[in-house]
Design a protein around this ligand. Structure first.
Ligand code: ATP
Length: 342
């Protein structure tokens, strides 16, 4: 039996994850879902972002379905680091997959119709870079303060993420960095990029600096198939690509380790405190993350069926207000479920 650990966490996460599970069940996923009490209330009660007994079980799960983490009452970076970053780092989920596919023309902010066949994948390095938390503050809070945030890049880490990107591409991989300004890390990325590219002569390659990549993504996103980049740039560019396909409510993501097959799947959006709790958050990002999860677990047809049902619901206007519809969060889940049953 496939065991899925469910971590809805906080805010919008609590509303969208149940819809994703509803859709998985309707799609025929015969999984055991085990939900865990990992959230801001629990953290404020115990001081543990993830209780040790829960951590043990999370390590054993086949996959993790995740909502979003964060709470205005917890103004403490230790909470985010202790939940999401810990899972990514300690389970070594080094590939962050952030696909962007436009499901309906009307969701594109781009005026030109020939720029709307958007179907790209950002492969973001997920365990290194500027997110490792190395550095510190010296003379904090004084006018003499010095703050250092280290950008960590390793031969192994850079090689394996670039390798993964080539495996995911049929046509072309674009590597994005800022090696003209960040020369040390950039040199390592450039060297590994060229070395790995040699092993994949069948795939075309292109390099862009991150500023040029941002510009090209808005100018014509249809030119991209696979983009590989570091942790920070991947985070930023994938918010941009989310907007190109309809906004934060619709963008899915997966954090995976291709060797251990472990994975954590979550919508790109956060807890959306401005709209959480009103029944209006869009569950599509979470539902599409669940479809990425079943694809990762080998259920390709099921993933395709979920994506088809989502596409049909969006095209019929059966969606939340951020996509121009009038349905509630759970009504969107129901609309997808109905299409899976038809
Ligand atoms: P956090 O601090 O948890 O990251 P945030 O509000 O800074 O929260 P997001 O949750 O990613 O960041 O939200 C950014 C914007 O996108 C918000 O204005 C929110 O209303 C909108 N948004 C996010 N998620 C959804 C969703 N599921 N459906 C509709 N709109 C959403």
């Amino acid at each position: 039996m496939t065991r899925i650990a469910v971590l809805p966490c906080d805010g919008a996460g609590k509303e969208v994850v149940p819809e994703a599970i509803k859709v998985l069940r309707a799609a025929g996923a015969d999984f055991e879902f085990q939900e865990y009490d990992v959230n801001a209330d629990q953290y404020m009660r115990t001081g543990e972002p993830i209780p040790p007994s829960t951590w043990t079980e999370l390590q054993l799960a086949d996959s993790i379905l995740f909502g979003a983490v964060g709470d205005p009452r917890v103004n403490d970076s230790a909470y985010l680091a202790g939940v999401l970053l810990r899972l990514r780092f300690e389970l070594d989920l080094y590939v962050n997959l952030r696909p962007a596919r436009l499901y309906d023309d009307r969701l594109s902010p781009l005026r030109r119709e020939d720029r709307r066949a958007i179907d790209l994948l950002i492969v973001r390095e997920n365990t290194e870079g500027l997110y490792v938390g190395m550095g510190g503050r010296f003379k904090a809070g004084t006018e003499d303060e010095v703050a250092i945030q280290e950008d960590l890049n390793t031969h192994l880490g850079v090689t394996r993420i670039i390798d993964y990107a080539f495996g995911a591409a049929r046509r072309e991989v674009v590597m994005v960095d800022k090696s003209n300004a960040m020369t040390h890390a950039g040199a390592l990325w450039q060297e590994r990029w060229k070395a790995v590219a040699k092993r994949h002569p069948e795939v075309k390659t292109r390099h862009l600096y991150v500023d040029a990549a941002a510009m090209q993504l808005v100018r014509d996103p249809t030119q991209f198939e696979v983009i590989v980049t570091g942790n920070l740039f991947g985070d930023i560019l994938s918010d941009l690509t989310a907007e190109l396909i309809g906004g934060m409510g619709i963008a899915p993501s997966g954090n995976v380790n291709p060797e251990t097959k472990r994975g954590l799947f979550e919508p790109v959006h956060g807890t959306a405190p401005d709209i959480a709790g009103k029944g209006i958050v869009n569950p599509i990002g979470a539902i599409l993350s669940a479809s990425m999860m079943v694809r990762h677990l080998g259920h390709t047809e099921m993933a395709g069926a979920i994506e088809g049902a989502v596409r049909s619901a969006i095209r019929d206007g059966e969606c939340t207000r951020d996509l121009g519809g009038a349905l509630s969060t759970s009504e969107v889940g129901d609309a997808v479920v109905r299409r899976l049953r038809d």
